[in-house]
Ligand binder design. Structure first.
Ligand SMILES: Cc1ncc(COP(=O)(O)O)c(C=O)c1O
Length: 419
């Protein structure tokens, strides 16, 4: 395939994510997107099974989001958030507070998911410091978890299975154990808390689905167990809903499925419908109140340059409009059924260990993938954009994907895996 001139001129200067630059096959060059379709610079079209790392929940180039961003671009693309506020950001904060359960009412905007988690950890630590408690500085996190690539977020992600194994010596030490999901792990969890709870600021978990750690599902019971333990031991409970938020697991937020309200929740990815970088750390009144003080040192000392960016907040408000005016959760339920039907036959294929679906997430777990690059190329050759990792082939399409395109996706996943 001939590459466009911008590729040969620019590629020597780019450093790609999660990529060995020496041996990587050349990445695909994207010219345009539309709905659930990606058009490559050479004219090929791919059906997108990933929605740009789970962000583009309304499909690409949704006219309602585009119009909102264009209008905001004409009025005010950016304005610092220190000492100045803007209407899209305040409107979005009000809407998120109204949508989230319980009194998760205080929204701190940041610019990426990792930073939202960093802020959640910082908030939870300072929650205790502001009350004069200096000993609660550790977190409990879970094997299989992934919370980002920055230093603090690596320290609460899976230490062995994740991508951060080599950084062990650099990272602050927190506690990572198995999720309390069966008798053995529940007993270990309780024993751990009996021993360590007084040193913990809080517990952090991705509710219902551990995404980048391997698309591992757990039941809502686990979340109720965590809430009960956090209440008993006086710990803050942080739900990282950066992947699960905004409908992906079937309810607007995964915590709703468990009827559990965390003390802090992190949001990003589909927050702007996948158009702009934006994230939020939302605190309950209980957490916020610990910062409400006449003492300036009790303030949260954090402030990313682009926090509350009006363009991104306008996109997020437009995305929320679409959740209100279009039947997104019904679409997720229909996608869930279709994914289950379409992927289930993979269970009989050689090397397939498990097939599972939750909301608009479909997973085929293999016993191993010997050559990831080769597998990725086979999907591209089949006209679909599917990006397997570890031992996982997964689909997280846009909620607006047509039944025909979703059928093509599952059929081609089956065909590639059976070959
Ligand atoms: C659950 C979860 N938390 C945090 C992050 C980090 O977000 P970002 O890549 O925007 O820093 C991710 C990204 O995949 C995620 O899935």
């Amino acid at each position: 395939m001939t590459q466009p001139s911008w590729f040969s001129a620019g590629f020597p200067h780019i450093w790609l994510p999660y990529t060995q630059m020496k041996t990587t096959p050349p990445p695909l060059t994207v010219a345009r997107t539309d709905g659930a379709r990606i058009t490559l610079a050479d004219g090929r079209e791919l059906i997108d099974g990933i929605a740009s790392w789970w962000t583009a929940c309304h499909g690409y180039n949704h006219p309602h989001i585009r119009a909102a961003v264009e209008k905001q671009l004409a009025d005010m693309p950016h304005m610092m958030f220190g000492g100045l506020v803007n209407e899209p950001a305040l409107k979005l904060a009000q809407r998120l507070a109204a949508m989230l359960p319980g009194n998760l009412d205080h929204v701190f905007f940041v610019d990426s998911g990792s930073v939202a988690v960093e802020v959640a950890l910082k908030m939870a630590t300072q929650y205790w410091l502001n009350q004069g408690v200096r000993t609660r500085t550790k977190f409990l996190a879970f094997n299989g978890g992934y919370h980002g690539d920055t230093i603090a977020t690596m320290a609460v992600s899976d230490p062995d299975e994740g991508m951060h194994k080599m950084f062990g010596g650099l990272l602050p030490h927190h506690h990572v154990i198995d999720l309390p999901r069966d008798d053995k792990s529940i007993a270990a969890f309780e024993a751990f808390l009996a021993r360590e709870a007084e040193h913990l600021a809080g517990i952090i978990v991705e509710p219902l689905v551990q995404g980048a750690g391997g698309m591992i599902f757990h039941d809502a019971d686990v979340l109720r167990r965590l809430r009960a333990a956090a209440d008993r031991q006086n710990l803050l409970l942080i739900f990282d809903e950066i992947f699960t938020g905004f409908g992906r697991t079937g309810t607007m937020f995964a915590c709703e499925a468990a009827g559990v309200v965390p003390d802090i929740i992190t949001l990003s990815k589909a927050l702007t419908g996948g158009t702009m970088a934006l994230a939020a750390t939302v605190a309950s009144s209980k957490v916020f109140d610990a910062f409400w003080s006449d003492n300036p040192e009790h303030a949260l000392m954090h402030g990313p340059t682009f926090m509350g960016n009006p363009l991104a907040c306008a996109a997020a408000n437009a995305s929320l409009d679409l959740f209100e005016t279009e039947p997104r959760l019904e679409q997720v339920a229909a996608i869930s059924d279709q994914l289950a039907r379409g992927l289930e036959p993979c269970r009989n294929l050689r090397h397939v260990k498990d097939v599972r679906t939750k909301g608009a997430i479909g997973v085929v777990e293999l016993d191993r993938i010997d050559n990831l690059n080769d597998l990725k190329q086979r999907f591209v050759d089949a006209g679909v954009w599917v990006r397997p990792f570890g031992k996982i082939v997964y689909l997280t399409p846009a909620f607006t994907i047509g039944t025909d395109d979703l059928d093509k996706l599952t059929t081609r996943v089956r065909a590639v895996l059976s070959a």
